[in-house]
Design a protein around this ligand. Structure first.
Ligand SMILES: Nc1ncnc2c1ncn2[C@@H]1O[C@H](COP(=O)(O)OP(=O)(O)OP(=O)(O)O)[C@@H](O)[C@H]1O
Ligand SMILES: [Mg+2]
Length: 508
């Protein structure tokens, strides 16, 4: 058997934690090998070692049967290894082509030859059906497209060993289907793929083998065709996982959030949300279903105060908050788990304990007479870490940037849920979480509902919307296209409303 990559007995220590503990993973030539493990299990670390971003504390790496030393990503590129990172690494104000050639710009008469690069990129794009415009600016294209740019970057560098670190976490269901096809095409072209994902059905769909890590340790490798998703989940968390969300009937109370004829422009200056009326009551979870780009972002940004509205009103517990500050909304009882954890959720260069009190650092009990109360802050951080199982090397003193993606997400959720706001605005809450963590977070969101809080959930995962919501509102083309109780509908019907092929009521 020829292996494209052999990671042999890899150990990696970080301050306070052994992220990889004697891990061995072998990627067969021309196959897709999945890596599965809880948040913080050490998956990204292992892949970063293969890509030359970290040096292992001990262990060896073989590429195509030959032992190699990978000092940096340039070495990795030389060896034909490419990586699509968990959080993309693109320059937003550059074009697609500029990003792809960055660091290896082709020149003609001493000038950067954009044209020939763009042509080559177009060819790759056609070959794999990627549909990328080489001259588009990164900030203008969707996350799904940005990911294709990352894929093209690897292909442009002739990579044969492709690492995908949670590629589907940021994609819509249709984009996920497309990506699965792209990966299969890449395999047919003779490439080999290492795939990190928390979604077991994706592993089932495309992977040949799956290796499982748990708290840095290697648990085993299975043949995917012969193993059930339940078995894989159990290997990963070491206990049985309940995939079904349990919740009792809901008893809605007073209206907590109301929007009246809300019109909101998108970043291009066009109305993205049109004449939108919504109410969310105490003790209920309202889910917004819709394909990405149908007004969700405009709605969430308007509610949280990140954008101003064109016209219409937002009322929180009867009070008009349409033009108040973000801070004021928080003080009046709003909580927000944002879609983009790095842009709007955390300050990465702060310690974990500081991010926990980001809304309240200047007031009691965290601040008294202008002095930060370190012991109060520490105790609060320890409580949240314990309760929400936030894992990192140095606990509350970890630099947030050094934490694994899923644990960063858990930190935001812990901060927002613990305050138990009257209105909890949750956007893609379980993005990047492992199945065990999803189970817990769903329970906590339902507990908020049962405690009489109002929850507005925006998610692109239909299962999540259907499982958690009491009531569902469909957004299509910026306006409401249907509203129903979750128990009275299913994914098929929702899909029809979401695509606009079925028309629903505009108003309650
Ligand atoms: N640069 C770093 N400095 C210190 N600790 C780190 C660093 N990178 C990772 N760690 C720690 O190593 C552990 C493993 O992290 P890693 O990012 O590999 O997890 P993961 O399996 O990819 O998790 P997730 O599913 O959440 O992405 C974590 O506890 C993390 O805090
Ligand atoms: Mg990771």
């Amino acid at each position: 058997m020829t292996y494209a990559v052999e990671l042999l007995n890899i150990t990696k220590d970080f301050p306070g934690i052994r992220a990889n503990d004697n891990v061995t993973v072998r990627l067969k030539q021309g196959s897709i090998h999945a890596l599965l493990g809880e948040n913080g299990a050490g998956k990204s670390t292992l892949m970063s070692i293969l890509f030359g971003l970290y040096q292992p504390t001990s262990g060896t790496i073989k590429v195509n049967g030959k032992e190699v030393k990978i000092n940096d990503p340039n070495d990795a590129t030389q060896l034909g290894i490419g990586m699509v990172h968990q959080h993309f690494k693109l320059v937003e104000c550059f074009t697609v082509t500029e990003n792809i050639i960055l660091g290896m710009e082709p020149t003609k008469f001493g000038m950067v030859d954009i044209k020939s690069a763009a042509k080559k990129i177009e060819e790759f794009s056609k070959m794999y059906g990627l549909n990328v415009d080489p001259y588009a600016k990164i900030s203008d294209i969707t996350v799904g497209m940005q990911q294709r740019v990352e894929i093209l970057k690897m292909l442009y560098r002739n990579a044969n060993i492709l690492i995908f670190d949670e590629p589907t976490a940021v994609l819509t269901p249709q984009e996920i289907e497309d990506l699965m096809e792209i990966m299969q095409k890449l395999i047919k072209e003779g490439k080999s793929i290492l795939l990190i994902t928390h979604k077991l059905n994706e592993i089932k769909q495309v992977a040949d083998e799956c290796s499982v890590l748990r708290r840095g340790k290697y648990i085993g490798t299975v043949n995917v065709a012969e193993t059930s998703t339940q078995q894989m989940a159990e290997m990963m968390v070491g206990r049985e996982v309940n995939f079904k969300v349990e919740k009792g009937p809901h008893a809605p109370g007073e209206v907590v959030l109301e929007t009246r004829h809300l019109n909101v422009k998108n970043s291009k200056g066009v109305l993205g949300l049109k004449d939108f009326n919504l109410s969310v009551r105490a003790g209920e979870i309202v889910g917004i279903a819709g394909i990405d780009g149908n007004g969700q972002e405009e709605l969430v940004h308007a509610l949280s105060g990140l954008t101003s509205v064109e016209s219409g009103e937002i009322l929180l517990k009867g009070e008009n908050i349409t033009h108040t500050s973000i801070r004021d909304r928080f003080d009046k009882g709003m909580g927000h788990i944002p879609e983009d954890r790095h842009k709007h959720g955390l300050i990465l260069d702060f310690h974990l304990k500081e991010n926990f009190i980001i809304h309240e650092y200047d007031r009691k009990p965290y601040c008294k007479n202008m002095i930060m109360q370190q012991d109060v802050m520490d105790a609060y951080a320890d409580k949240l870490i314990e309760e929400f199982d936030v894992r990192s090397g140095e606990g509350k003193d970890s630099l947030t940037r050094s934490m694994s993606g899923g644990n960063q997400q858990k930190a935001i959720i812990a901060r927002e849920i613990e305050r138990s706001p009257d209105l909890l605005l949750v956007v893609q809450p379980t993005r990047g979480l492992d199945v065990g963590a999803i189970e817990y977070i769903h329970k906590r969101i339902i507990a908020e509902r049962d405690a009489g809080k109002a929850v507005l959930l925006v998610s692109f995962e239909l299962d999540e919307v259907l499982d958690l919501s009491d009531r569902i509102v469909v957004l299509f083309d910026g306006h409401k296209n249907g509203e129903m109780l979750a128990k009275d509908t299913d994914d098929k019907e929702l899909g029809l409303y979401m695509s606009g092929s079925k028309k629903g009521s505009e108003d309650e």
